[in-house]
Design a protein around this ligand. Sequence first.
Ligand code: ADP
Ligand code: MG
Length: 256
Amino acid sequence: MARVELESIGKSFGDTAVLSGINLDVEDGEFLTLVGPSGCGKSTLIRIIAGLEPQTSGRIRIDGAPVDDLRPHERRVAMVFQSYALYPHLSVFANMALPLTMQRLSLWERLPLLRLLSARRRRVMPGIAQEVRSVAAQLQIEPLLLRRPAQLSGGQRQRVALGRAMVRHPGVFLMDEPLSNLDAKLRVHMRSELTELHQRLKSTFVYVTHDQVEAMTMSDRVAMMDAGRILQLGTPAELYARPANVTVAQFIGSPA
Ligand code: ADP
Ligand code: MG
C-alpha cells in the first residue's frame, strides 16, 4: 500500500500558481526524491505533505487515511530541515526530547513545560530519556547530549535534527535539502549515512534536493519537477536511460 498519496495537489500564493496537478504515490519503505531546479516547488510540496502549509486544491492521504484536516504533529510524519531548526537555548538532549514530550502532553500542559525547559530545570518523563539515548547512540552523538547547538559542527547539528525526527518513529521522514549546508566532503559522507539509515529504519523517506547526483545515487525512485509540475517519475536508471523530454535529459545529464 502507498504510505503517502497525493491527488491533484495545487498551490497558489495569491495569483501565482506554484504547484499544479501533482499526483504521486510514495510506497511503503521507499526512498523517493523530489528533484528539480531552485524555485520549482519542491519545498512547498514537502511542506504541504508535512501539514506546514495548506494546499489550494487536491487531497492527501497518509496510510490510507485523509490528513487534510490534521495538524503537523497529528500526521505520522517528521520533517528534517535544511537549516536544522534546532532550539539554540536547549541542549541536544532537550532538543531531541521535545517532540516526545510535546506528544505526551495535553495542550494546556505544554506552555509551562516550555518555560521549565528554558529555565533549564529539565523534568523528563520516564521512557523518554531512554529513547533519546538509544537514538543518540545510533547516530553516534551520545557524547554531545549536554551541549548546545552552537557548540556543534554542521554535521553534528544535522545528526541532532535527524535524531529529533527519529525519536518519534514516524512512518514517513520528510527531508528538505538536509545536506545542503554541509561542506562537499561531509555531504558525500552523509549521503551514504542517510542511505544506511533508510535501510536500517525501513521507513519511508521523501527527500528533496536540487542536486542531481544526490537524487540519482540515493533514491529508489525520483520525481523530477519543473515549474510546479512533475515532469517524470521513475527509477534513476529509467530517468537516465529514457528521459521524458529535453528538460529531464539536461538536468539528469543523460547522453544526448
Ligand atoms: P524550491 O524548494 O523548489 O526551490 P519553493 O517551493 O521554495 O521552491 O518555491 C516555489 C515557488 O513558490 C517560488 O517561486 C517561490 O518564490 C514561491 N513561494 C514559496 N513560498 C512562498 C510564499 N510563502 N509566498 C509567496 N511565494 C512563495
Ligand atoms: Mg526549497
